[in-house]
Ligand binder design. Structure first.
Ligand code: HMG
Ligand code: MG
Length: 308
């Protein structure tokens, strides 16, 4: 049943991260042709923005070492659809350009501990690494997103002050990025904190139309946090089909908010997503079989055909 609430958008853009954030932290290494089918099925289910892979060091993330092979196997994106990939440095950008990529995401950290573990750099060094990437990407006409991770807490440093997140986010956006995704990498944030963080980012000059939210569901807060973000004016929400994945360099990061759980809530609120929920859940069940474990998404489980 669709019952709208005042103060929410009519439409939400879902930024699907299953093939990248999902598969990067699954134990199973999924063959490139299965990943390509996953992306194609997600697109057929109505997802217009799909982050497909990462051009990072293959030793750091072996699950995504087949980035070139995957991109070659993908069906072309529909007009206006986006297929961003993660790029940390100039080497990654070279690889992306050689493979016809037109949208990238750089990924920084609000904390020194995670910058070191994820990028082998301090926060300053990682921003210096991103600067020439964004400059060249913009010159090539690419669309560039920036992630700021550990925005709601850090497993080594604990609480992360809001002004620290805002400082790093502002520096990344000042490079010329089109969108900022607020990453609660370990899923510890709660709705009041999310609201305060969005208000602080907007007060610092990052328009709410340029913000996206990226919640992991470790503490079961992802949907509540999403609703808080929507109330604060955000209209782009990251999610991972079937709720798979996490981050291999952050202790206690479980899967992202499941796309199906997000779509269930949004459709219930009368918010348009363009997604066919039944087709999406069938895709996640198909992927779960290939990963050899059931989908953690509550909606995927609830919609599963009952055994007679
Ligand atoms: P490094 O070891 O400092 O690299 O790693 P380097 O610059 O010293 O280079 C060492 C060698 O690696 C060189 O080769 C480079 O060419 C090569 P050599 O000359 O010795 O033969 N190299 C590369 N090869 C292929 N592709 C590349 C590349 N770069 C260098 N792009 C580096 C630094 C950034 C490369 C490494 O730390 C890395 O790959 N990190 C990526 C980690 C990652 O992908 N983490 C997961 C994603 S982040 C996340 O999940 C959070 C997010 O979801 C949001 C949230 O939840 O908050 C986005
Ligand atoms: Mg993530």
């Amino acid at each position: 049943m669709r019952v709208p609430l005042d103060g929410l958008p009519d439409r939400v853009e879902i930024y699907e991260v299953g093939p990248r954030d999902g598969l990067q932290n699954e134990k199973a290494i999924v063959p490139a042709d299965v990943k390509a089918e996953f992306v194609a099925r997600l697109a057929d289910a109505g997802l217009r923005t799909i982050e497909t892979t990462s051009f990072v060091h293959p030793k750091w993330v072996p699950q995504l070492a087949d980035a070139e092979e995957l991109l070659a196997a993908l069906p072309p994106a529909a007009p206006g659809a986006r297929r961003p990939v993660l790029v940390p440095n100039e080497r990654g950008l070279e690889r992306a350009l050689r493979n016809g990529v037109t949208e990238i995401a750089i990924f920084g950290s609000a904390t020194e501990s995670f910058a070191r573990r994820n990028l082998n750099r301090t926060v300053d060094e990682s921003i210096a690494m991103f600067a020439p990437v964004v400059e060249r990407a913009l010159a090539e006409g690419m669309w560039v997103r920036a992630y700021v991770s550990m925005a709601c807490g850090d497993p080594w440093e604990g609480d992360v002050p809001i002004d620290q997140v805002v400082r790093v986010a502002t520096r990344m956006m000042d490079l010329g990025c089109a969108q900022l995704s607020i990453g609660d990498t370990i899923g510890v944030g709660t709705p009041g904190q999310v609201t305060a963080l969005i208000e602080a980012l907007v007060a610092a000059g990052i328009g709410v139309d340029r913000l996206a939210v990226h919640f992991h569901d470790t503490y079961g807060q992802a949907l509540a946090n999403t609703l808080a973000a929507l109330r604060a004016g955000v209209t782009t929400v990251d999610a991972s089909a079937g709720g798979i994945g996490g981050c291999p360099f952050a202790e206690s990061a479980t899967g992202n908010l499941a796309t199906e759980d997000l779509v269930w809530m949004l459709h219930g609120l009368g918010i348009d997503t363009g997604v066919d929920l039944a087709a999406l859940a069938a895709t996640s069940r198909w992927m779960a079989e290939r990963l050899g474990r059931p989908s953690p998404s509550r909606v995927v489980q609830a919609l599963a055909p009952k055994e007679q």
